[in-house]
Structures are given as structure tokens and as C-alpha cells.
Design a protein around this ligand. Sequence first.
Ligand code: PLP
Length: 232
Amino acid sequence: MDIACNIKQLKAEIPSGVKLVAVSKTQPVEAITEAYKNGQKIFGENKVQELTAKYEQLSGLDIEWHLIGHLQTNKVKYIAPFVDMIQSVDSLKLLAEINKYAEKNSRIINCLLQFHIAMEETKYGLDYDEAAKIIESEEYKSFRNINICGVMGIASFVEDDEKIKKEFKILKNYFTELKNNFFQGNNNFSEISMGMSGDWKLAIEEGSTIIRIGTAIFGNRNYNNQNKTLFV
Ligand SMILES: *Cc1c(COP(=O)(O)O)cnc(C)c1O
């Protein structure tokens, strides 16, 4: 896999308003360094232990780290000192924990609300009413150290473009509803994270502002690597 070439090609194709998150889960730090050298600054990981290990090994680089996988409340403290965005917020309890540890670290942590949009698979994520309930709660209104920047979703892993498109439209609608009902005039609430290696073009057509690309940059994943503490 020619990482440099893949990044160059992706960047040439992506409209300027769309951010590229390079999903580096299971990939060695050498691969991340290679992508970084070719201008890639935002990286996404789905496991806390792996994210923390890579952050420590690559602390000399000004990488923006995103957590994109399910986060247990008892692990928030490990990433709160450095994580730039948590894309996978799916409960008030988790948001409260993120706020607490962000405050302890004197930081404000960017968050996306993750929605369940895949009709096929059961994946983590909120529905609209659950999200509205969180935002309307008194507890949420007391949070000072989180910044809700928008929404995230994972479409069904299928060949059917129409189905995927429908799911992206659902997420876009959630974003618009939330914006109109709760975040009007709040410029921070602006991101729609959708689209992966197989469906990012569709996602951008449907209004994505953040795409999360792994395989199309780094090649296939070796999940055995994820069980090791060190990735060198
Ligand atoms: C792994 C992963 C991706 C990247 O998937 P690819 O198909 O390899 O691009 C994107 N988003 C999430 C949440 C992931 O877990």
C-alpha cells in the first residue's frame, strides 16, 4: 500500500470543506508517521488502549486524535488529557464523565453525538428522541467543558447504494433538526461525520463534513496487532 499516494489522491478528490480523518486502528506507528509526513494531521482510533499507546509513542507530532469507537465511562480519564474529539458519544452518563475529566485537565473536549442509522446491523448510537432528551436535560446545560460539534453515524455495510444514501439522509436530517431546535446561532455545531472507505463519495453527496477513512489509506487491517500494547 502506498500511503503517500493514497492520501494525495484522496485529498485531490475531497472538497475543501470536508475533513479527512485517517483511521489508523491496527496500523503500526510507522504507517501513521508515513501519513503524517504526507500532510495528514487528523487520526482516528476506536480503542482507548491503542489510542493512548499511539499518542504516547507519537507525542512529538502535532497530531489531532479522534476517538471513533465505543467508549466506556471508566476509560474516559485515560484520553481526556489529549483527545481532540470524541465522535462516539451515545449517552448523558458518558457526556457527564467527559465533562468531568475535561474539567480536571482544564480542557474543553469536542464531541459528536453518535446516531444509530444502520438499518441492517445493530450498532451503538442514539435515536433523535434520546439525543433531544440529553440536550434538554438540566445536567447537560451545566456542562462547561464539552463542546458538541455535531453528529456521527455509521451506515450499513452493504452494496446497496440506495440504502446507504437513505441512512446518510437520516443522519443529515437529525443534524438539521438538532441545529434548528437546539443549536441555532451556535457555529460550533457544524459537523456531520459520515462516510468510510467504501461509501465516502456518497456521504459527501449527502452533506458529510468529516469522512473517516482507514482501508483506502492504509490497506487491510491486521486485527492481531490490536491485542499488542506496543505497535512497533
Ligand atoms: C474502522 C472505522 C472506519 C474506517 O473504515 P474503513 O472502511 O477502513 O475506511 C470508520 N469509522 C469507524 C467508526 C470505524 O470503526
